[in-house]
Write a protein that binds this ligand. Structure first.
Ligand SMILES: [Zn+2]
Length: 61
């Protein structure tokens, strides 16, 4: 599984959105606009799939 990350617009640091996908599934899954509470700046950031990137969560890709 890979963790879905976005970049915090305030700090420029990656944050975890709380969602995880298999790498292959991420290409086919539909994700609407979502909001995540940012652990870095405390604000809510809305994001879409185009804003997101995957970070490997331990296992092999
Ligand atoms: Zn933030």
């Amino acid at each position: 599984m890979a963790r879905v990350m976005i970049t915090c617009p305030e700090t420029g640091e990656p944050i975890y959105t709380g969602m995880s996908f298999d790498w292959s599934a991420f290409d086919s899954v539909r994700i609407g606009e979502r909001k995540v509470r940012c652990p870095l700046c405390g604000e809510y950031h809305s994001w879409k799939r185009v804003d997101a990137f995957l970070e490997e969560d331990g296992g092999s890709a």
